[in-house]
Design a binder for this molecule. Structure first.
Ligand code: BES
Ligand code: MN
Ligand code: ZN
Length: 495
């Protein structure tokens, strides 16, 4: 999709389709008044006849227009004017792009960025429009023998009453880069486990490095052995696929500036191992690398935006499979940090690969470390698909991430890391065990990670509920690329 923004009035805009808002009760949005005049009141006539009520979710394509430059008009219901808020704005975009996507229109001109939205500015509206367009156009058809039919829509113009400023152009470019990062994250997430292996992820990181002037380096199992990453290596023992530890470095600022390190869980398939999972929906465990995918997607977006900041991605990647060589419940391993771990459940493998990656992350002398992981089913129970679980050892970092998520409609919700939970990880035989019982499962998983992140500012995002959708709409969401990208935009701006 190609986006542009410029000052224009809808009645003079040549376009296959002009998109205009109508409030509940039938009141045309201000930008639509001149259009209605020029079209000889065709729109207000349709509204008077009851063809368009303005209720949220309502939509009407008007094909026969005269007196205006556009071929069609798409009227979208905005709901009650005094209730028009961020959620209404985002909800309104879905039927707009669904209708445009099914139409024959090759281009469209949207007059929606001038609609006043409670607490939100123009940049926010631009961002949401670009992301909604990309979401609607996304297809996962790379594995089908015939590709899905491509929508005709190629170009979107955002029309404004006043000449758009530099911040509007920036928002457009940044949202476009974030949409591309989300697409990469979705594509990788949707790939099956027999194709998207740790080796495949490493190849993707190398490709990204050569196309975007980044530095990629891959550690093999023998390198990890030398570093003493026996916790990470314990997870891959049952697999025929070699584990990889991928590092991807983006340098947009002075070399001496400390990087933000993003650590992404890259389990390309999680069968549970010897503590094997039930068969139902086990296919969804191909998504257990969505943390890794979000790191690659975010770095792609950051590189395309050219942010003046240093960002390093660290991706521990393996499969978790049962086999004669696989780790067994009761096995004890030594992590790179020196702490020993009793593996009571081989299905709690994410924390086992992450803990060594988090110890390794200290080598980059990080300013901040954020790990992103489809870590616990308990997080799905707690927060569902709306918010990612957020844990942090520093309040100001937690707040920055929460704010970035809210702005992008990629929400997170903070959960506690209080010491009282730590005792659930006590083991009779090792420094800790890898599970803490059913109670507060997401919290004890985060507590486990916190034992490896004492030397730096750190946050953990549990994306088990937000990284993909199940059921009829099954597919990767590309989250939390928007949250992470926005956090990094703000960090780069603050420097
Ligand atoms: N990858 C799963 C977490 C998961 C489960 C994500 C369901 C999304 C949906 C993780 O490796 C796992 O299996 N966690 C266990 C931990 C338990 C054994 C302590 C879980 O959540 O059941
Ligand atoms: Mn598991
Ligand atoms: Zn897992």
């Amino acid at each position: 999709m190609e986006f542009s923004i410029k000052q224009s009035s809808p009645e003079n805009q040549r376009s296959a389709c002009v998109v205009l808002g109508v409030y509940e009760g039938g009141q045309l949005a201000p930008s639509a008044h001149g259009f209605d005049e020029a079209a000889n009141h065709q729109l207000s006539d349709l509204i008077a006849r009851g063809d368009m009520t303005g209720k949220s979710g309502s939509i009407l394509m008007v094909h026969t227009l005269s007196g205006v430059a556009a071929e069609r008009a798409l009227l979208v219901g905005l709901g009650k004017q005094n209730e028009f808020n961020a959620k209404q704005f985002i909800d309104m975009l879905r039927p707009v792009f669904a209708t445009l996507g099914k139409s024959v229109c090759k281009d469209a001109a949207l007059y929606l960025t001038d609609l006043p939205v409670k607490d939100q500015d123009e940049s926010w509206k631009i961002t949401q429009i670009v992301l909604a367009a990309a979401e609607s156009a996304y297809r996962s058809d790379g594995m089908k023998s015939k590709p899905a039919e491509k929508p005709a829509l190629r170009k979107i113009l955002l029309g404004t009453a006043k000449k758009p400023g530099a911040s509007a152009q920036d928002a457009l470019k940044q949202a476009d880069a974030i949409a591309r990062g989300m697409k990469l994250a979705k594509d990788l997430g949707n790939l099956p486990g027999n194709i998207c292996t740790p080796t495949y992820l490493a190849d993707q990181a190398r490709k990204l490095a050569s196309s975007h002037k980044l530095k990629a380096s891959i550690l093999e199992e023998k390198d990890m052995e030398k570093l003493g990453m026996y916790s990470l290596l314990s997870v891959t023992r049952g697999s025929r696929q070699p584990a990889k530890l991928i590092t991807l470095e983006y340098k947009g600022a002075d070399k001496k500036q400390k990087p933000v390190v993003l650590v992404g869980k890259g389990l390309t398939f999680d069968s549970g191992g010897i503590s094997i999972k039930p068969a139902a929906e086990m296919d969804e465990m191909k998504y257990d690398m969505c943390g890794a995918a979000s790191v690659l997607g975010t770095i792609l977006a950051v590189a395309e935006m050219g942010l003046k900041i240093n960002v390093t991605g660290v991706i521990p990647s393996s499969e978790n499979m049962p086999d004669g060589a696989a780790s067994k419940p009761g096995d004890i391993v030594k992590s790179m940090s020196g702490q020993t771990i009793e593996i009571l459940n081989t299905d709690a493998e994410g924390r086992l690969i992450l803990c060594d990656a988090l110890t390794y992350a200290a080598r980059f002398e990080p300013d901040t470390v954020i790990d992103i992981a489809t870590l616990t089913g308990a997080c799905v129970i707690a927060l569902g698909g709306v918010a990612s679980g957020l844990f942090s050892n520093q309040e100001s970092l937690a707040k920055e991430l929460l704010d970035a998520g809210l702005y992008m409609n990629d929400k997170a919700w903070q959960m506690p890391l209080w010491d009282e939970y730590q005792q659930q990880l006590d083991s009779n035989f090792a420094d800790m065990q890898n599970i803490g019982g059913r109670a507060a499962g997401s919290v004890t998983a985060a507590c486990f990670l916190s034992r490896f992140t004492k030397d730096y500012r750190w946050a953990h995002l549990d994306i088990a509920g937000t990284a993909w959708k199940s059921g009829k709409e099954k597919g990767s969401t590309g989250r939390p690329v928007p949250l992470l990208a926005q956090y990094l935009i703000r960090r780069a701006r603050a420097k």
